[in-house]
Design a protein around this ligand. Sequence first.
Ligand code: BGP
Length: 467
Amino acid sequence: MKEQFLWGSATAAYQCEGAWNLDGKGANVWDEFCHSEKNVKGITGDVSCDFYHHYKEDIRMMAESGQNTYRFSISWSRIFPKDDHVVNEVGFKFYDDVLTECEKYGIVPNVTLVHYDLPDYIGAKGGWLYEHVADEFAFYAKTVFEYFGNRIPYYVTINEPTHNAQCNYLTGNYPPNEQNPQHFVECIYRMVICTAKAIQEFRKLNLTSKIGLVHASCSADIFVDSEEYRSAQKYAEWFINGCVLDPAIKGAYDPDMIQKIKDSGIDLSFVKEEELALCKDNTIDFLGQNAYCRNVVKPYTSGETQVTVNNSGQGPAREGKIIKGWFESDYNESMVLNKWGREIYPKCIYDCLIRRKQEYGDIPIYITECGHGAYDTPDQNGYVEDDDRIQFLNDFIYWTLKAKDEGVDVRGFYVWSTMDLYSWINGYQKRYGLVRVGYDDSNLRRIPKKSYYWYKDFIERRKELDA
Ligand code: BGP
């Protein structure tokens, strides 16, 4: 039977659940960071849009707009609140209830095991750098697989290893707020091993479910066609994609990439060959590809490694990268940027999908996040006419379907985000939701935006084509 194309939307636990210390949940690294002096804006995910108490309403609204899938994440520290491997049954009960609600409407769950929010007790031992993080993660993953089994048809190990590692250890805007290339590489390595070890546990259970990884970056582009530029593009592809996708899909690293990392002065003595070998037999079944923007690069000129972002939402600061000895970001005046300095270039999703097929063959791909961050302006009833978001989604979907028509095995598309939620360091003013959340309203009122109705109509029209 032909698998139905999945049209849905996505959220992540820390960004939407709230209930940060309810029903036995333990603290995670984001709770710890947001409650510390390092959080200069003082904004937290303590309540957010309170999905914990509003999930029935949110899932009903998804169903009413015709969405047939929902991507969410499980909070590790809700399941294992303390460093003792003792399950918090109430934590499982919450996700059980969420799944029941999805099942009621025929919504297919796509569930991520960790979306940035490592338990605080893992953070205290070094977080992703902790030598035994992969064993801890595999234990947690196994517990979830055993508990939910085939009720979850799509499992995701980790959300965006590359972006998470960059924010944690290069930009330093996410906890533990470091700027340390050595730790960045170590973090990527540990996440790769976490995925392999979790997949090893998954395979032992012989489930019919599939397991994948969600990856952040689209492809690297160049404006000049020369040998130097093509070489910068190759290094950028390794840096933003290959370092995670090669072991996860091909089961091994390109030796040239390893040599390049060593030549950059990174000490790889933390790598254990027997761990790395696990990747070979524990590759992913599908790729979750998040799509926001491309990376335009040129040859490295000078300066230390740095990755900059714009968390203020006020121009003109652009996102950019200097990766010493590898490449640096390029710009030109024709690039259209959003208020957070990120380029809006819908064709990037097409280029990315085509290149994934060239590099990794026919792996099934789900666009697990795609969305437009904006300062929405509601009318007096709270209704938002978000034509900019509609345009963004319309264009990205157009290019996704074009790649599909040309033979890329794309099987689903998730708008980021289901409703407004916490946008990490950007706080709450940068909104992505199809549904507005009235944060000032005592009941956190949900009001569908124009984009919600647009998506509903779009899905309705697609039904016949997807059948
Ligand atoms: C992705 C993350 C999401 C989400 C989104 C938008 O990288 O997986 O969690 O936040 O980006 O990013 P931001 O909220 O920083 O604008």
